[in-house]
Design a protein around this ligand. Structure first.
Ligand code: NG1
Ligand code: MG
Length: 391
């Protein structure tokens, strides 16, 4: 059976109750932001390419209230925060905020520092159902939830939602130290119930792709429960390889490259690794565009094939899969009714996403469990809405 996710209202209730117990009053502001699953378009966002994620029913909820004191105090009930689940710091000018310990607080501090105005001191409680380190974007959910909280608290919003996503990405770069692309913060901000989001990461143009006609099909997320470590050098190494490839080709980014440029790289004696990384990005950008067209036409067979090709390219060319992810993907593909399966997120661990017939879900889960050496967790991915205030 797939794990049932608690409804956002029950997550909210837990946060409100904890807030009342901890701070001795009722919270006045209540917001959430979702995690996401990327259906296709992996390691393309920082190459100015296309991505096709959808927002998940997994959410990060923040409740709180401003006060006249000097200190902002935050309590997180997330199980990843470790021993220090509370922290406080001097509210004041946002220019004075610096990253530090505990690490999880840096996402919040980064959003406050990159907000459009200074905010008063506040108390807050955070509760999340987005698993951390799973490639489902728990970090963006925390950033976008924080930013949404600050918007509600201050009554001020940036002119366009794009600016909100960009401010959250900046928080991740400068406060969490992860040079991520723009995909996660965008989908957590702009997700729409019943739709996936095709995002052009070069000019930030978006197109909502309806997923209302999935009918007999469904996306299944499988958590390998082998966490990925992103700030680890692997992500940055891949990124540098791509920038190097673009530089050799004299292009602004690999978005501007095509398959002929692979030959150009070879003839200019680029290393095998650079050639392979570039090949993944170039083919993945095209696959993502093709997948969006397939989804619009309800051609799920084609969508599934592209998912398979994406995984194989991530495994063989981009070299970001792991034996756990490969084994989950192979097991899924063995089941009749599965159209496609791939790793999702940065790789090196985390989750896979599988497109399959609804009536094949139980037997697919059974088969994957039987074939996998670890203990996987399964979630049904329904396309959900982006961040918002909850009354
Ligand atoms: P995950 O693994 O879901 O955190 C990371 C990046 C994305 C994107 C994907 C690969 C972060 C926070 N996010 O996602 O921007 O580059 O890898 O497609 O690092
Ligand atoms: Mg992350």
């Amino acid at each position: 059976m797939a794990t049932l996710l608690p409804h956002v209202n029950s997550v909210k209730e837990k946060a409100l109750q904890t807030f009342a117990e901890k701070f001795g009053e009722q919270a006045a502001v209540c917001v959430y932001a979702p995690g996401r699953v990327n259906l296709i378009g992996e390691h393309t966002d920082y190459n100015d390419g296309f991505v096709l994620p959808m927002a998940l029913p997994m959410v990060t909820v923040i409740v709180g209230k401003s006060h006249n004191g000097k200190k902002t105090r935050i309590l997180s009930l997330s199980d990843v925060v470790g021993n220090i689940n509370e922290f406080e710091f001097e509210a004041g000018s946002r220019a004075d905020i610096k990253p530090g310990e505990p690490k999880w607080a840096n996402y919040i501090k980064g959003c406050i520092a990159n907000f459009i105005c200074d905010v008063p001191a506040f108390n807050a409680v955070i509760v999340s159902t987005v698993p951390a380190g799973a490639g489902l974007s728990s970090s963006a959910a925390l950033e976008v939830a924080t930013y949404t909280f600050l918007e509600t608290l201050s009554g001020k919003k940036p002119e366009k939602p794009e600016l909100k996503a960009l401010a959250c990405q900046k928080a991740e770069h400068n406060f969490a130290g992860v040079p991520c692309g723009i995909m996660d913060q965008f989908i957590s901000t702009m997700g729409k119930e019943g739709y996936a989001l095709l995002l052009d990461c070069r000019d930030l143009i978006t197109k909502q792709i309806p997923m209302l006609h999935l009918n007999n099909y469904i996306f299944l997320i499988t958590n390998s429960n082998t966490p990925h470590k992103l700030s680890s050098s692997a992500y940055c190494e891949r990124r540098d390889c791509c920038y190097e490839a673009a530089k050799i080709l004299g292009k602004k980014s690999l978005r501007d490259a095509n398959m002929n440029d692979i030959l150009a790289l070879i003839s200019q004696n680029a290393s095998e690794s650079i050639v392979k990384k570039a090949r993944h990005v170039i083919t993945e950008i095209q696959r993502t565009l093709n997948a969006a067209v397939a989804l619009e036409k309800n051609d799920f067979q084609q969508f599934g094939r592209l998912m398979n090709e994406s995984h194989d390219s991530l495994r063989d060319d981009y070299e970001v899969s792991s034996k756990e992810l490969d084994s989950l993907v192979s097991a899924a593909r063995e089941v009749d009714g599965v159209l496609g399966s791939r790793l999702t997120g940065a790789g090196f661990g985390g989750c896979t996403v599988t497109l399959l017939r609804k009536d094949a879900v139980d037997k697919t889960i059974q088969h994957m469990k039987a074939k996998y050496s670890g203990t996987p967790t399964f979630y049904i991915a329904t396309p959900s809405g982006g961040a918002r205030e909850i009354s």
